[in-house]
Design a protein around this ligand. Structure first.
Ligand SMILES: *[C@@H]1O[C@H](CO)[C@@H](O)[C@H](O)[C@H]1NC(C)=O
Ligand SMILES: *[C@@H]1O[C@H](CO)[C@@H](O)[C@H](O)[C@H]1NC(C)=O
Ligand SMILES: *[C@@H]1O[C@H](CO)[C@@H](O)[C@H](O)[C@H]1NC(C)=O
Length: 406
């Protein structure tokens, strides 16, 4: 008993007296957005596993939805999803500089069209640009839906996310509403986007998020005789590139072989469709009713897919791990683990690869779990913290995103 009360004193006096105190690891910081209009700074004390809210700000519009951190310039970008219901309203994009305590200081804010969600930073010449997927509209391109989709969500185009190919020459935007992958080639000098032919995804799939895998030789595709339009690049057929896509409505993960076509666009050939969930033993293997994949990430040869509303660890949902075959690039289900909350809309792995922060939307909590850096398996719960008020499942309420400050 006495020892525990002494501990705080010791931890203060040791550095002052200059004895050989073991330096405690600096805390880790995270940022989280909530549809209540707040952006939070979270601090994880890695010695005590105390996760706490150390700053709360009413910022980033009415519906802060997504954060992108450019570590190089130390700028955090926050998209505001406002304007979803009423196209005459605006969303916004706000930039911040974090101080040493992770508190965000606003640099600038611009109005965008409504429904801004995921964003990606890309480079052209000496400039950095940001492309934002707008769930209800589109900043530069007016998507025309020619083929109404399978469910109500698909009554209009819904670009849900944006991500870069490994060469930094293309942006892919899964359009949940149109069952399409929108592809844009980036001018390496002006950053201007040119529309490539979209790629069809099976009707009713509702593609949401995706990522590329590369054997690392992609960066060798250097611009050659580039006059600023990437489709005029000479792209050597080196290396292997694959793309992995999480489909929200169809409840599948799709695997594609990627090639850099002579036309200057991407050619995607589907090689596999998988249900990202441990088999139940039933013939018609699919996700539990009402469950949908949200986020997908890859570390080494392990994929992580957050699955919303499967109630795999009732009252919590699941994180599913998939193994990637180094030989073929095919995926298979490895297992599932506890998301420690409801509706894991987003999650982020820290740079060291030993912690995963799960942003549970409906329960509005951030759960941090251990990740084994060798096996890739997700393990014990490190901390769980309530961040803002819970939201209703299926509504734009609750915690919208979480990222690490790294
Ligand atoms: C956790 O950290 C916060 C912020 O530093 C502090 O206010 C709180 O007292 C800590 N909680 C515990 C249980 O140590
Ligand atoms: C994509 O789907 C549309 C509508 O079903 C169809 O007209 C078009 O031919 C398809 N394109 C490809 C490349 O399969
Ligand atoms: C990159 O291209 C150069 C010249 O063609 C070649 O020598 C080198 O091996 C390539 N590097 C990789 C990683 O493929």
């Amino acid at each position: 008993m006495r020892l525990t009360t002494l501990l705080p004193l010791l931890s203060i006096s040791l550095p002052i007296t200059g004895t050989a105190a073991k330096p405690s690891a600096p805390p880790s910081r995270l940022w989280a957005t909530h549809y209540n209009g707040n952006v939070y700074t979270l601090t994880l004390d890695k010695t005590t596993n105390n996760l706490s809210i150390t700053d709360t700000q009413k910022t980033c519009g009415k519906m802060p939805s997504w954060l992108t951190f450019d570590t190089e310039s130390q700028i955090v970008y926050c998209s505001d999803e406002d304007g979803t219901a009423d196209p005459s309203t605006h969303g916004s994009l706000t930039a911040y500089h974090p101080d040493r305590e992770g508190k965000l200081h606003q640099l600038s804010s611009v109005k965008t069209v409504g429904g801004g969600v995921d964003s990606v930073i890309y480079e052209a010449g000496k400039e950095k640009l940001i492309a934002i997927a707008h769930y209800t509209a589109s900043q530069e391109f007016h998507f025309k839906l020619t083929h109404p989709g399978a469910v109500a969500q698909q009554d209009s185009p819904h670009p849900h996310s944006v991500f870069l190919d490994p060469t930094g020459s293309f942006i892919v935007s899964p359009d949940l509403g149109a069952d399409l992958l929108r592809i844009y080639s980036i001018s390496s000098t002006t950053g201007k986007l040119t529309t490539c032919p979209p790629v069809n995804v099976t009707f009713g799939s509702g593609p949401r998020h995706g990522l590329f895998w590369t054997d690392g030789t992609d960066n060798n595709r250097t611009a050659n005789g580039d006059n600023g339009v990437s489709h005029q690049r000479e792209m050597a057929a080196v290396g292997k590139t694959m793309m992995y896509l999480a489909n929200e409505i169809g409840g599948t993960v799709m695997v594609f072989d990627v090639s850099y076509a002579r036309s200057g666009c991407l050619d995607l050939q589907r090689t596999q469709t998988l249900v990202p969930y441990p088999a139940s033993g039933q013939k018609d293997h699919k996700l539990p009713t009402g469950a949908t994949p949200a986020e997908i990430r890859l570390i080494g040869d392990k994929f992580y897919v957050s699955v919303r509303s499967d109630q795999g660890f009732a009252p919590s949902d699941s994180m599913v791990t998939l193994d990637r075959s180094a030989k073929s690039g095919a995926v298979k289900v490895s297992g599932k683990s506890d998301a420690w909350g409801k509706v894991p809309r987003t999650f982020a792995v820290n740079r060291a690869g030993d912690l995963v922060a799960i942003g549970n939307q409906a329960s509005a909590n951030v759960a941090i779990v251990r990740r084994d850096r060798v096996s890739g398996e997700l393990g014990e719960k490190v901390a769980v913290l309530q961040v803002g008020e819970p939201g209703k499942v299926g509504q734009a309420e609750g915690l919208s995103s979480v990222i690490w400050e790294e």
